[in-house]
Design a protein around this ligand. Structure first.
Ligand SMILES: Cc1cc2nc3c(=O)[nH]c(=O)nc-3n(C[C@H](O)[C@H](O)[C@H](O)COP(=O)(O)OP(=O)(O)OC[C@H]3O[C@@H](n4cnc5c(N)ncnc54)[C@H](O)[C@@H]3O)c2cc1C
Length: 509
């Protein structure tokens, strides 16, 4: 792929233009670059490829990860109900006929129709394009709370889901092998901050898994498990009605989950949790699920952003300036975009998979039409509702705004809806096969915490023995009453140096 070619003149946009394409020799086949291979990226690229052959458009997807993650299944992956490998769709398999570049987009210069890509190894480079699709998603929205960066863990990607599962099961293992009551309490206290869909599902699924796991530990009583939810607003699950939110609250409280509403996390230095209502306790686990914000890399671009850092879009999913003027050849959708919700005038589409997936497909359709000099169509989708799993056989759902479902039927609805939404038939089959296996054989609750540092054992075996200090006559304790000589200083590495770390490690092994 050429990385320095002159960008081609883009296709005419629907209603006006900002930042027209720089003049130059047109490419034989227009190049569409898709930033982010998540929900929007994967669906828009696949739909465009379906609509246009390789001779009509070249498509390049850029993402640091080699897969798209279907986030609604992350809570089940953390609980061990789904194999984490099956909640991701590998790009190389799912994006047939599409080029994939692995790396971070670090700059977007749409005026020059080029993006800078920083690969995982090696120097950054620029790639030119004719049409841009921005689907860079979101990152956790955090606050400068003392201890949070050092102690907390997010819940946005599959790596975090795997780490959380291993960590929780690992803490149960540690607690079962210590009789120090304070340490046990700390190990068995799990805090979740944020009572939106992602937070509640993660909390409920992980709690269900932990409670199931402690059945296998004679040394731990189920009452010793302490799960705490901290939510800043007076209610949870703002995505569903107050009634259903209240029902969920009641169910969680019945499971002895402590819930602090209208309360904020004030600090968590070294695992000492302090809440805004004065409550204090120690916890080894703190999961941050208090919302998301648009990908901050968008600040390194010349695209128009709103006050929340989202790319401004119109209903055609075209990027626009604040006054509505269309930015030629640029499209955006998903969590990183402010897309008007035509069913709720004056509001924007909420950041969820339901919209991201459909918007991705819509961009693919619109781009195909525009590349053939047609007119794009507006994106319009009425929310079909929300479904959440609250652990094995438990759930809550609100369909089409009115139909409220609780308990087992809601859980079935959750699994059915999401398995159909999961991209690729391959993944759908694997997930359903996994569920069937767990139904027959029960779920597995083993902690594989050492996965996160697989070299530890080898490192300790490979650490060279400490240099032996030769004993000299001066070291020999005087026995004859002669003047005591200062002994030779033993080898001591500089504080914080790799050598000191090696020594510490060797001492501990
Ligand atoms: C735990 C959890 C549960 C959820 N449950 C639900 C649910 O039940 N229902 C629902 O509708 N929604 C749910 N959501 C929300 C939903 O998953 C998101 O709204 C949706 O995935 C957004 O799609 P997107 O394409 O905008 O972003 P993503 O799917 O996140 O894709 C963004 C992509 O950009 C890539 N990227 C990031 N930075 C760069 C860079 N610098 N360069 C290149 N690529 C980059 C990322 O690797 C990623 O692949 C949940 C989210 C979470 C975290």
């Amino acid at each position: 792929m050429s990385q320095t070619s002159t960008p081609a003149v883009g296709a005419a946009s629907a209603t006006g233009t900002l930042m027209p394409a720089p003049q130059g020799k047109p490419r034989k086949v227009p190049r569409v670059i898709v930033l982010g291979g998540g929900t929007v990226g994967l669906y828009s690229a696949r739909r465009l490829r379906k609509r246009m052959g390789k001779r009509d458009a070249a498509i390049v997807v850029v993402d640091p990860r080699p897969y798209m993650t279907y986030a609604p299944f992350l809570p089940e992956a953390a609980a061990g109900s789904i194999d984490p490998r099956n909640v991701v769709a590998p790009h190389r398999r799912a994006l047939k006929g599409i080029d994939v570049l692995q790396g971070h987009v670090t700059h977007i210069e749409h005026a020059n129709r080029r993006v800078e890509i920083t690969p995982l190894e090696g120097d950054p480079y620029w790639v030119t394009y004719d049409h841009l699709v921005v689907g860079l998603g979101s990152v956790a929205r955090t606050l400068p709370i003392p201890g949070l960066a050092e102690y907390g863990i997010g819940f946005k990607n599959v790596e975090e889901a795997i780490a959380l599962r291993n960590h929780v099961l690992g803490r149960i293992d540690v607690a079962s092998s210590t009789w120090d009551p304070e340490l046990r309490r700390k190990m068995l206290t799990f805090v979740f901050v944020g009572g939106g869909f992602a937070g509640i599902e993660a909390l409920a699924e992980v709690e269900d898994m932990a409670r199931y796991a402690v059945r296998h530990y004679k040394q731990i009583e189920p009452e010793e498990l302490r799960f705490v939810l901290v939510e800043g607003s007076p209610r949870i699950l703002p995505e569903v009605s107050e009634e259903l939110g209240g029902y969920t609250l009641e169910q969680l409280r019945k499971r002895n989950i402590e819930i602090f509403l209208s309360t904020f996390l004030s600090s968590c230095v070294d695992g000492h949790v302090v809440l805004s209502n004065g409550t204090e306790f120690d916890a080894e686990t703190l999961v941050w699920t208090a919302g998301v914000k648009a990908n901050p890399v968008l600040r390194n671009s010349d695209l128009p952003l709103d006050a929340m850092g989202r790319v401004i879009a119109n209903e055609y999913l075209q990027v626009t300036a604040e006054d509505g003027t269309v930015v030629a050849d640029a499209y955006t959708a998903g969590d990183c975009a402010a897309v008007p919700d035509l069913y709720n005038p004056g509001k924007f589409c909420p950041p969820n998979a339901q919209h991201a997936l459909r918007q991705g497909n819509h961009i693919g359709d619109n781009l195909a039409v525009v590349l053939r000099s047609g007119e794009p169509t507006p994106y319009k989708h009425k929310n079909v509702g929300a479904v959440a799993s609250l652990g094995m056989y438990k759930g809550v759902a609100q369909m089409f705004g009115k139909i409220k479902v609780r308990g087992f039927p809601a859980w079935v609805l959750h699994r059915t809806y999401h398995v159909f939404a999961m991209p690729t038939v391959n993944r759908k089959i694997r997930i359903m096969a996994g569920w069937t296996g767990s139904l027959l054989l029960r779920r597995e609750v083993v902690a594989l915490g050492s996965l996160h540092d697989p070299r530890a054992e080898f490192r300790s075996a490979a650490v060279p023995p400490k240099p032996k200090v030769e004993q000299t006559s001066q070291d020999t304790p005087p026995t004859d009453g002669a003047t005591t000589q200062p002994s030779l200083p033993s080898y001591k590495a500089e504080p914080g140096s790799p050598a000191e770390k090696r020594d510490e490690h060797a001492d501990n092994t």
